[in-house]
Design a protein around this ligand. Structure first.
Ligand code: ZN
Length: 321
């Protein structure tokens, strides 16, 4: 347990068998509230860990007064339905998260078409099409991940004793909850100690492609401007005095960008060409993550003025400027 001034944080840390190491979510006790920040995966492991943690601190599930979500990913929202099926409490999320969390059919359809067009334009051909067709099933099968209760949009810059910051990049709807008095930050997956957080390509609300790596870098910069003693990360260990790690993460982006310049210099001009060169057989297996990364870096270099793009026969070609 972490206690400071009028705030108490009880982490719920659930071991993960993958490289995320753990799924973390947090009970935050303040004067008149017991808020859950994020809600793990929808597994018995997470559910039992939450129950056990509550019990160890003499709380009941019904003592939880609200849930704040840092972003819409399934490993951060998993227990929302289980918790709200026993008692109705407010759930807060960024407005962009809501159509995804509600599995809004129009939004989901838009999302499929968004990726179809994107992968075509990035030169992914049949493989891209296959990914899109495959992704339709998860959308209908995803029904069990739909949040049933009402979700309130986080539109203010303050909520439940926290300053709210938009920190998009890893997800377009990612927000940070910062408690000024304690200098504690809940930042979802923006900074993780043992692995760099991935900037994922997504459409925003109205189908515009988010420039996720540029956003990720800006969100990291934004955190550097805050006075932070402790970051409650979504995975792995908690981060004390995170300034050096955040600076490293920004530097890693800049160093990796140079690698992409060299590849484009060598004459490879499409995102799918870069993916095949860099990732070989992994390209197909981890298609979404890899394309997210490459498109993210291409956007980043374009913004910096290092490269330019030109559409040829419906496919974006990238060149050194
Ligand atoms: Zn995530």
């Amino acid at each position: 347990m972490y206690k400071k001034n009028n705030i108490e944080v009880i982490p719920v840390i659930v071991p993960a068998s993958n490289k995320l190491k753990s799924f973390n979510f947090f009970l935050v006790k303040q004067e008149n509230s017991l808020t859950l920040i994020d809600a793990g995966l929808n597994t018995d492991d997470c559910w039992n860990s939450l129950q056990k943690t509550l019990k160890n601190h003499d709380y009941l599930l019904t003592d939880i007064t609200g849930i704040c979500l840092t972003h819409h990913h399934t490993d951060h929202i998993g227990l929302v339905n289980r918790i709200t099926s026993t008692h109705s409490i407010p759930i807060y999320a960024h407005p962009y998260a809501i159509p995804v969390l509600k599995r809004d059919s129009q939004y989901m359809k838009m999302r499929v078409e968004f990726f179809r067009k994107l992968y075509q334009e990035m030169g992914c051909g049949e493989l891209g099409e296959k990914q899109v067709v495959d992704s339709r099933n998860p959308i209908s099968l995803n029904e069990d991940k739909k949040i049933h209760c009402e979700i309130q949009e986080i539109t203010n810059t303050q909520l439940l004793g926290f300053d709210i910051f938009e920190i998009p990049g890893h997800a377009p709807d990612q927000v940070a909850f910062y408690n000024k008095e304690s200098k504690w930050l809940f930042a979802g997956d923006l900074v993780i100690k043992h692995i760099p957080s991935k900037a994922m390509i997504e459409p925003d609300y109205d189908g515009t492609r988010t420039k996720s790596l540029i956003q990720q870098r800006q969100s990291l910069e934004k955190c550097l401007s805050l006075d932070i003693e402790l970051v409650f990360s979504g995975h792995g260990i908690l981060l004390e005095n995170p300034v050096d790690l955040i600076k490293n993460r920004i530097n890693e982006i800049d160093v990796k960008a140079d690698k992409f310049i060299n590849i484009i210099k060598s004459g490879i001009s499409t995102a799918s060409g870069i993916a095949q060169l860099l990732y070989k057989e992994k390209y197909e297996k981890q298609f979404f993550n890899i394309m997210s990364e490459i498109i993210g870096y291409l956007d980043f270099l374009e913004l910096q003025g290092a490269i330019k793009k030109e559409m040829k026969k419906g496919i974006w070609q990238y060149y050194i400027k």
